[in-house]
Design a protein around this ligand. Structure first.
Ligand code: ATP
Length: 337
């Protein structure tokens, strides 16, 4: 329910297409009637130029205070350079659950209409702990960390979500035939948690087979529980099932704080041209509205977004239309009335 006290939200527009999609989303959020007080921060290379730090101390403080952030993508240098801002923030605030609902939007033709999947990705461990070193020239070690605590709490998150939202099945996705100890532990923890939820069917599939199965028949799955790296990859695959990265939202959730951000990256290939699709960040903002108990506003935005897709007149290029980012946002605003 909307209150007269504004929600203080940390806003990280990011870089690449980040500022464009963030601007579109903020315009839509401000038209919902819900009051926001945005605390805006640069992060990554842009922040380094201004503050000499990739994540300014004030940004950490702001998230710590507000407990909720809306974040655009921030470019991560490939094969060197500074550490991923996403990974750093997820670790710092112990945002252990990466939640990504994958659903078709009306009016978009895809190979499989009616996809409705939930991805629950462990967000703080696995190969993303950043423990890499060169042993001798030409030999590098990269450490994957899987813990009982981390695996148990993400499994519990998935089962609690499934129970609360009436989801029927959870599959743990793994490679325990090769990673016997690490993925083996992840599976043992999931099985132990599953015992407490007898009404939810529990299954296990190997990651490579899962990728093929998802492409051939996504309806055999409901909720997917994955380690960090597998979740990252399978999220993009699933985005492809429903029309691409421009659409799929995400939430990074911990016990204290939450950061809402799209699955996609900074898309430098289309940045600065007003052609990026803001839907993924907008649907992430809808998740944020639910998180803030602003149910009416969340439903209003989602309904307007779906009306724009159903009408098919003002869609962005990635989904076969001709509209620009701001034009698309205008259409959503009009549909909100
Ligand atoms: P990262 O590793 O940082 O997540 P990525 O490798 O997944 O990034 P993206 O930056 O997400 O790469 O871009 C992948 C492709 O998807 C690019 O061709 C990009 O243009 C397209 N894309 C991503 N986001 C959008 C969007 N919002 N609208 C339109 N196209 C997008």
């Amino acid at each position: 329910m909307s209150t007269s006290t504004p929600h203080k939200v940390t806003l990280i527009p990011g870089d690449g297409i980040g500022p464009e999609v963030t601007q579109a989303v903020v315009r839509i959020l401000e038209a919902t009637g819900v009051k926001f007080e945005w605390e805006r921060f640069a992060a990554g290379a842009e922040a380094f130029e201004i503050y000499g730090e990739y994540i300014p101390a004030d940004l950490y403080d702001s998230i710590e205070r507000n407990k909720v952030a809306l974040k655009g993508p921030v470019t991560t240098p490939v094969g060197g350079g500074f550490k991923s801002i996403n990974v750093t923030l997820r670790k710092k605030f112990d945002l252990f659950a990466n939640f990504r609902p994958i659903k078709n939007l009306p009016g978009l033709e895809t190979k499989w209409p009616g996809v409705d999947l939930i991805i629950v990705r462990e967000n703080t461990e696995g190969e993303y702990v950043g423990l890499e070193h060169e042993v001798v020239p030409g030999v590098v070690e990269s450490i994957k960390v899987i813990t009982d605590k981390g695996s148990t709490r993400i499994a519990k998150f998935a089962f609690d979500y499934a129970r609360k939202h009436g989801r029927k099945k959870i599959h743990s996705i793994h490679k325990a035939n090769i990673m016997k100890l690490s993925d083996g532990l992840f599976l043992r923890c999931a099985r132990r948690v599953a015992e407490g939820y007898p009404e939810i069917l529990y299954g296990e599939h190997i990651i490579d087979n899962t990728c093929m199965q998802l492409v051939m028949n996504p309806f055999q799955y409901d909720t997917l529980l994955l380690e960090n790296l597998y979740g990252d990859i399978v999220s993009d695959l699933c985005a492809g099932l429903v029309g691409g990265l421009g659409l799929v939202p995400g939430a990074n959730l911990g016990h204290e704080c939450a950061i809402f951000e799209a699955v996609h990256g900074s898309a430098p290939d289309i940045a600065g041209q007003d052609i990026a699709n803001p839907t993924a960040l907008l649907q992430s903002a809808v998740l944020m509205l639910h998180h803030l108990n602003e149910e009416a506003a969340a439903n209003k935005v989602q309904k307007a977004l779906e009306a724009v897709y159903a009408e098919r007149k003002t869609l962005t290029r990635d989904v076969g239309g001709k509209a620009g980012t701001s034009q698309f946002a205008d259409a959503v605003l009009t549909a909100m009335g």
